[in-house]
Design a binder for this molecule. Structure first.
Ligand code: HEC
Length: 245
């Protein structure tokens, strides 16, 4: 008994240590059935991300069908000239060029939501801050020394991080971010920017598993079928058993 209790205690404690060592992540409430949100997310993705990041598992026409866009809308607002609707979302930049420009590879974002999770992406895209020691003049509180510029700065504005000095477990001094201060205001309020990022993350999660939408859809149809079937089955049961009692 004592042994079990100890094991349990140890598990709880180690979980807590684990939890406190990671950066704080803000929770995001996404809704894969909200087509307006997915369309807004797709729009942002195409306009702000697809110039560097590919999504090579995603075909344009598949996306259009899943998130409720007509072929005309797709061609007009979501595709660059010369692309065909059956093609995947690739970028013109080669891996070598990316290395030259950014000093690192630019990852494909098709399944990034499965690797990182929605909360991580939501927090990451909201925690860029000014840092003149970095090549693009920005750093990120969620992905330290990231090689990506803050491509949405016009929407969010530019923030400066405020630091506090803490002592870690070994007594070393560490700097942690205690808050932010606006240096240049963005076109959006904080709430509007948060909602914009929520839509973008919604789209990234959809891309990570497009079949999920179809499963939801099928699930609802199955439930409707079962509900109707139940009415018939019940009527039939009544009919069969009516003379027996
Ligand atoms: C100017 C080019 C560029 C644009 C535009 C860009 N990124 Fe990036 N992004 C990068 C580079 C370079 C990295 C790799 C950074 C590193 O590893 O240090 C990166 C990394 C990332 C990562 C982290 C991937 C990982 O390793 O977990 C995510 C998530 C991401 N970008 C999302 C986005 C989203 C969403 C957009 C659109 C709003 C976007 N990026 C636009 C260049 C870009």
């Amino acid at each position: 008994m004592k042994k079990i209790l100890l094991t349990f205690l140890f598990a709880v404690l180690s979980l807590q240590v684990f939890a406190s060592s990671g950066a704080h992540l803000d929770k995001v409430d996404i809704d894969l059935s909200n087509q307006e949100s997915l369309q807004n997310g797709a729009h942002l993705f195409v306009n702000y991300c697809l110039s560097c990041h590919s999504a090579s598992y995603m075909r344009y026409n598949r996306m259009a069908e899943d998130i409720g866009l007509s072929e005309d809308e797709l061609k007009k607002d979501f595709m660059f000239a010369g692309k065909k609707v059956g093609e995947t979302m690739t970028v013109a930049m080669t891996a070598d060029e990316a290395k030259t420009y950014f000093g690192t590879e630019v990852p494909d974002l098709s399944v990034i939501s499965r690797a990182r999770g929605a909360d991580w992406l939501y927090t990451y895209l909201r925690t860029f801050y000014q840092d003149d020691s970095r090549p693009w003049g920005v750093n990120n509180a969620t992905f330290k020394d990231v090689g990506m510029p803050h491509v949405l700065w016009e929407l969010q504005g530019v923030k400066k991080a405020l630091f506090e000095t803490h002592e870690d477990h070994e007594g070393n001094e560490i700097k942690v971010i205690s808050g932010y201060e606006t240096v240049i205001p963005g076109k959006m309020s904080e709430e509007e920017y948060d909602n914009t990022i929520r839509d973008l993350v919604n789209f990234l999660v959809y891309m990570g598993e497009p079949a999920k939408l179809q499963r939801y859809d099928l699930g609802i149809k199955v439930l409707i079928f079962l509900a109707i079937f139940f009415v018939f089955a019940y009527a039939l049961k009544k009919e069969y058993w009516k003379d027996i009692h």
